[in-house]
Design a protein around this ligand. Sequence first.
Ligand SMILES: *[C@@H]1O[C@H](CO)[C@@H](O)[C@H](O)[C@H]1NC(C)=O
Ligand SMILES: *[C@@H]1O[C@H](CO)[C@@H](O)[C@H](O)[C@H]1NC(C)=O
Length: 363
Amino acid sequence: MHAGPVSGRLPLLPCVVLYWFLSMQQTSAYFGLTGKEPLTLLPSAGLSMGPVAEKAHLKQCEILKLSRKQKRLCRREPGLADVLKDSVHLGLVQCQYQFRNERWNCSLEGRTNLLKRGFKETAFLYAISSAALMHSLAKACSSGRMERCTCDDSPDLKNKEAWQWGVCGDNLKYSVKFLKNFLGQKKVSKDLRARVDMHNTNVGIKAVKSGLKTTCKCHGVSGSCAVRTCWKQLSPFHETGKLLKHKYETAVEVYSITNDATGEPELASPRKVNYSFKNHIPRSTDLVYMEASPNFCRPSKYSAGTAGRTCSKETNCDSICCGRGYNTQTRMVRFSCHCQVHWCCYVKCQQCVQEEEIYTCKK
Ligand SMILES: *[C@@H]1O[C@H](CO)[C@@H](O)[C@H](O)[C@H]1NC(C)=O
Ligand SMILES: *[C@@H]1O[C@H](CO)[C@@H](O)[C@H](O)[C@H]1NC(C)=O
């Protein structure tokens, strides 16, 4: 069942995302873009696009490590480079938050090597990256930042107003279609790792889709619901992150089998049935992996190890520090105390100082 390093194509999506992230520091200064600009800076309508903005958008597509087809899609859709940028930030922050108490803390160090393997962590990276891209894309669609997004299922004005800050069904359909095209999912690869990567990418997309909720608001007289406005809204991304973290914890090990009927390779996982093992096709909502993860304790090509990591004495120092023990430092923390409310209307506090202990893993 143990699958060694598997050769094949480089995983596309997270690499794109990684390179983009790494190059952002320089390029954002160069373009003067931070991703927070009013969107008129990168107008989606071709006619109103000034030569400078147009150049910037095309240049951004060039800098991204994209396939030829992805570059074409990027050039054609002026909002896309921004969406990619947003999604990198979203995915990275969420990954680091979800793994803040694990030995592997989702740092960028060693990531390129991780992405070439078939660990649970690799699975999570694929899923969180595609989920973040899907989320950013759907948000960009519903806020009108993507030229080709439509929302045909809400033609009247009331719904139009609603979908300005929600997501309509078509946004999501468009986003899935666009993403699958962008990631080149039409080709069915025979390479096991490519299949695993694709599977996990789709788990991420599904996780975002499953978080879509319909919310309604009543406008009737005295609470009656005579007029209702409804819209669809994605769950906050941290909920998607939490869901994917759970899937990481319950990820399923897979290997490749040949389907007797079609002769095509497919993913299978062993499951115990009546004291013997049978092949099962993993569910499309399960994260899958091919090999046991390293322990991430010591510096390796996959991580910096856990020396110097801060931990919590009560809960996770033993596990994060891999039994090497931890150093204890004290520092003084200031906080407000003895607060009194003065009539009217302010609160007066004193400054207190307290000692706080910080624990960091030994080398
Ligand atoms: C497991 O064994 C029981 C009793 O021997 C049998 O009825 C059942 O069909 C078996 N299940 C499978 C999935 O083979
Ligand atoms: C992850 O851990 C390393 C030490 O192993 C540390 O240098 C780094 O700051 C941590 N990153 C985050 C995001 O916590």
